[in-house]
Design a protein around this ligand. Structure first.
Ligand code: IDP
Ligand code: MG
Length: 138
């Protein structure tokens, strides 16, 4: 089924100038961009986005990491897009992510792992609405 998912190319990805490489993998796989923008995330929206981690000891570190450089956010559309993009990204911890995945090839560790991708269709709907206005989607 054709569906939409949401990604963030994180500060580490932007600082290492790897955004082009990561987008190339996603586009080559057949995902189509329907929205894209460059933004610097602030603590308010990050606290909402990472609410499921707010009690973790590393939560303040995530806020600091995710706001230290501007990021590219995008909505991608394609067949089974949520699962396909999560598979291309690989597991959270870059050191355990297999070679051939975005995190396995470009990530540094469990925090600096290059990319965020929605983890379910429901999350994708919520995240797209959180970060994009309707008029920003083509
Ligand atoms: P996901 O990005 O693979 O969906 P989540 O568990 O939702 O993983 O965590 C969100 C983000 O929080 C991760 O991508 C990573 O940047 C950061 N994170 C997760 N676990 C840890 C940890 O144990 N230490 C530091 N940062 C973490
Ligand atoms: Mg997650």
């Amino acid at each position: 089924m054709i569906e939409r998912t949401f990604i963030i190319l994180k500060p580490d990805c932007m600082e290492k100038n790897m955004a082009g490489k990561v987008l190339d993998r996603l586009f080559t796989k057949g995902l189509k961009p329907v929205g894209m923008k460059l933004v610097r995330l602030d603590d308010r929206i990050l606290t909402e986005h990472y609410a499921h981690l707010k009690d973790k000891p590393f939560f303040p570190g995530i806020l600091k990491f995710m706001s230290r450089s501007p990021v590219i956010m995008a909505v991608l559309e394609g067949e089974d897009a949520v699962n396909v993009v999560r598979l291309l990204c690989g597991p959270t911890n870059s050191t355990q992510a297999p070679a051939g995945t975005i995190r396995g090839d470009f990530g540094k560790d469990v925090q600096e792992n290059i990319i965020h991708a929605s983890d379910s269709k429901e999350t994708a709907v919520t995240e797209i609405a959180r970060f994009f206005k309707k008029g920003e989607l083509c």
